[in-house]
Design a protein around this ligand. Structure first.
Ligand SMILES: Cc1cc2nc3c(=O)[nH]c(=O)nc-3n(C[C@H](O)[C@H](O)[C@H](O)COP(=O)(O)O)c2cc1C
Length: 191
């Protein structure tokens, strides 16, 4: 069955990773009924600072761009059925909000919905090093049902470069969403 998902990009370094993931979702849009995209206001500031410009012209028809302050969006309510949310990249500030249940924007609210409804919440944190506060927040989120999925490239698939690493990582997120994409780089897939 096609899935409805939310993809949120927050103000952490490496927005290219979130953009790459969105492009991968768009490439595989036949698996998704609807993809709600939320870009936090701070993500836009970080993008400016990192000379990264968002271009959503490739979005297929089933993609919906939401404002971070739009609490009346369908996904702000648990009664609207959707699979879950991927927060990529996730700032420590958004992580803290989600771990504490303080919903000051739509991203935090959707996280709250995912946790209360037992839906998928996949968080790709971006900071280094992590303080104990960050680790405690990740622990709390993991105990509440969230999945903490830092971008840690794998090498067993012999990546040809950064793009290949990003691609393989995105496919692991697809796995967590329950969307299995054929990929010959999977470990021992041909045996
Ligand atoms: C250039 C730049 C890079 C940043 N990188 C990070 C980062 O990697 N991780 C992080 O937690 N915060 C980072 N920040 C700080 C966040 O943007 C800030 O905490 C903000 O409140 C996050 O808001 P949001 O989670 O609502 O998007 C960065 C800020 C700037 C300007």
């Amino acid at each position: 069955m096609k899935k409805r998902i939310v993809v949120a990009l927050t103000g952490a370094s490496g927005l290219k990773l979130g953009d790459y993931f969105l492009r991968k979702v768009a490439e595989n849009s036949e698996f998704f009924e609807k993809v709600f995209v939320i870009v936090s206001d701070n993500a836009k500031l970080v993008a400016d600072a990192e000379n990264f410009s968002f271009d959503f012209s490739y979005f297929p028809e089933n993609f919906v761009l939401l404002n971070q302050n739009d609490f009346s969006a369908p996904v702000a309510s648990g009664s609207y059925p959707f699979e879950g949310m991927v927060v990529i990249p996730c700032s420590m500030s958004s992580l803290a909000s989600m771990a504490s249940g303080v919903g000051t924007n739509l991203i935090h609210r959707v996280a709250d919905v995912c946790l209360k409804e037992g839906r998928k919440l996949i968080v790709v944190p971006r900071e280094t090093p992590f303080s104990l506060v960050h680790i405690e927040n990740m622990r709390k989120l993991a105990l509440s049902g969230g999945r903490i999925v830092p971008f840690i490239p794998s090498f067993y698939n012999n990546p040809s470069g950064i793009e290949d690493m990003l691609d393989f990582f995105c496919i692991r997120i697809f796995d967590l969403l329950g969307v299995e994409i054929k990929d010959e780089r999977r470990w021992r897939i041909d045996e």
